[in-house]
Ligand binder design. Structure first.
Ligand code: ADP
Ligand code: MG
Length: 339
């Protein structure tokens, strides 16, 4: 075949593949947008595991009417203007691609009322074609509805699992954000039934109880790297919770890591936690952990993965050591006492 420039809709669908792998990826992008918009309440509705419908409603800043169409365009973002901005990024989003990618593989309706605006407006996109903006009633904030995900992308559809599996992927994702943002009230519904909610009281321990139950949560101790002696601004600050050896899981899925409040997947961090712990747990048993790491944004590269779940640390060893130090201080001390 000769080389040809792809038609824009084909190129868009291919590019979307990187960002939107399954319903949970859509949920992730939408709630990140709600968090970036300063929402304190986020509601998620799923139908048929998210394939029929994903709706995220927030009480964040909303979007001005004249920017609604742009929100769905590729490489359109309100979060960065220059490449250097990535070095001190404080928002979860920065690629300006999520909504355009989702709109390339689903039917999207964006309804929003900008803070202080008299009325709301909406815009929709089907197969990447964006409609005109029309006035619509809306509370302050944004509601993003995604219907018939992947119905035009059979190649993706056939890789998806049962409805229950997709729901549990979505739920796992939402639990991560609930852990990272205890001050936000999350509520999640599947087929109209509430399956998860958090109080939004700002206490990580309340979220732990919601997710793991009181019994497990009571077996978790706070992590802290702060000893007051150290004021090196480059030193990573670690907080969170970790289970005592009396409580454990059979998979590593229950260790959650957040770097500057971004949920990240990291073998290095999982290894740091397990290694510091290893003499305390039998093989095949893994701790439950929520590890919040705060580092100077110039010390990380967030732009290494389209789904933004991986990051690079400039000084990985320091982060590794800081996590282990925090963990040893809380778990090992406690284990000594109770032994
Ligand atoms: P990014 O988050 O990388 O900027 P997105 O495609 O996810 O890109 O969103 C595009 C833009 O739409 C955002 O920069 C933001 O200005 C706006 N936006 C999207 N979702 C919301 C929301 N829930 N509340 C307010 N603004 C939003
Ligand atoms: Mg985004």
């Amino acid at each position: 075949m000769p080389i040809r420039q792809l038609a824009p809709d084909v190129a868009a669908k291919i590019a979307a593949g990187e960002v939107v792998e399954r319903p949970a990826s859509v949920v992730k992008e939408l709630i990140e947008n709600s968090i970036d918009a300063g929402a304190t309440q986020i509601r998620v509705d799923l139908m048929n595991g998210g394939l029929q419908l994903i709706r995220v409603t927030d009480n964040g800043s909303g979007i001005p009417v004249d920017e609604l169409q742009l929100a769905l365009a590729r490489h359109a973002t309100s979060k960065v203007t220059q490449i250097d901005d990535l070095e001190r990024i404080h928002s979860l989003g920065f690629r300006g691609e999520a909504l355009a990618s989702i709109a390339a593989v689903a039917e999207v309706t964006l309804l929003s009322r900008y803070r202080g605006a008299e009325q709301g407006a909406q815009v929709s996109a089907v197969n990447g074609q964006v409609s005109e903006v029309s006035a619509a009633a809306s509370p302050e904030g944004t509601t993003l509805t995604v219907r018939n995900l992947f119905s035009a992308v059979p190649a993706r559809l056939k890789f998806l699992k049962s409805r229950n599996t997709e729901v549990s992927h979505c739920l796992h994702m939402l639990e991560q954000y609930a852990l990272a943002y205890p001050e936000i009230r999350f509520s999640v519904f599947s087929e109209g039934r509430q399956i998860f909610s958090t109080a939004g009281d700002g206490q990580l321990s309340s979220v732990l109880i919601e997710i793991y139950g009181l019994q497990v949560a009571e077996q978790m101790v706070p992590l802290s790297s702060l000893d007051g002696k150290d004021n090196d601004p480059e030193r990573p600050v670690v907080s969170g919770y970790i289970s005592l050896p009396t409580s454990y899981k059979s998979t590593r899925q229950h260790m959650s890591f957040f770097v500057n409040r971004r949920w990240v997947l990291s073998r290095m961090l999982s290894y740091a936690v397990e290694e510091a712990y290893h003499s305390l747990l039998l093989t095949g048993r893994h701790p439950i952990a929520v590890v919040n790491i705060v580092v100077d944004p110039t010390q990380i590269d967030v732009n290494v993965h389209p789904a933004k779940t991986e990051i690079r640390f400039l000084k990985e060893r320091r982060v590794f050591a800081a996590v282990q130090r925090a963990e040893r201080r809380s778990v090992l001390d406690e284990a000594e006492i109770t032994r």
